[in-house]
Write a protein that binds this ligand. Structure first.
Ligand SMILES: CC(C)(COP(=O)(O)OP(=O)(O)OC[C@H]1O[C@@H](n2cnc3c(N)ncnc32)[C@H](O)[C@@H]1OP(=O)(O)O)[C@@H](O)C(=O)NCCC(=O)NCCS
Length: 164
């Protein structure tokens, strides 16, 4: 497979939005319930500076997955902590892309000098939890029934990885 992980560009926003909106519609991996427009995602991408990279997995010129590092909390004392996100196009699951992107993101976070990575996951999201655990993240918090989507209450766990 001709796969390349690279920084996202504005031309990638349509593909990033399409990948994400699939999960808005049908999954509890995101608690967002309204589909995003390309403009929403463009604003999101522009808000991600060099210290908060957005990456894509490019397969022969097509974006098939994306990942990001986002601020965990805007208060200054949290500056050493960032949150990871990884979304793989639903046709591309279980081919190693999620792991490749998260490994790359961890390396970028280390090079940027971050101390702690945080990943959140609805407890239903076995793939997300297993992926993170496979790379050393471990659960540090569980919040019961803090979300509601598809007419059911949802629990959320947080996992973290210390980089130094
Ligand atoms: C979670 C997600 C990113 C995994 O991506 P993927 O490319 O399918 O996963 P990979 O093929 O890289 O799998 C890596 C490891 O994750 C775990 N994993 C992935 N999918 C899994 C599943 N359905 N069930 C159990 N474990 C799973 C396994 O440990 C796997 O290693 P293995 O294949 O050697 O067993 C993908 O399912 C996705 O995009 N889900 C929706 C978005 C989401 O939940 N994002 C949060 C992730 S941090």
């Amino acid at each position: 497979m001709n796969l390349q992980i690279r920084l996202a560009a504005e031309e990638d926003v349509d593909a990033i939005t399409r990948i994400y909106n699939h999960y808005v519609d049908c999954s509890t991996c995101t608690f967002q319930m309204r589909r995003e427009s390309t403009e929403d995602r463009l604003a999101w991408l522009r808000a991600h500076d060099a210290e908060h990279p957005v990456t894509v997995c490019d397969h022969d010129g097509n974006v098939v997955a994306w990942a990001s590092l986002s601020p965990w909390n805007s208060r200054c004392a949290y500056a050493g902590t960032v949150e990871t996100s990884v979304y793989v196009h639903h046709d591309w699951h279980r081919q190693g892309l999620g792991k490749k992107l998260l490994v790359d993101l961890i390396e970028r976070a280390r090079n940027l000098g971050y101390h702690i990575l945080i990943g959140g996951a609805c407890t239903e999201q076995v793939a997300s939890i297993k992926l993170q655990e496979s790379l050393g993240f471990s659960q540090v918090a569980c919040f019961r029934e803090v979300g509601r989507k598809f007419d059911r209450w949802l629990d959320v766990i947080y996992l973290q990885l210390a980089l130094d």
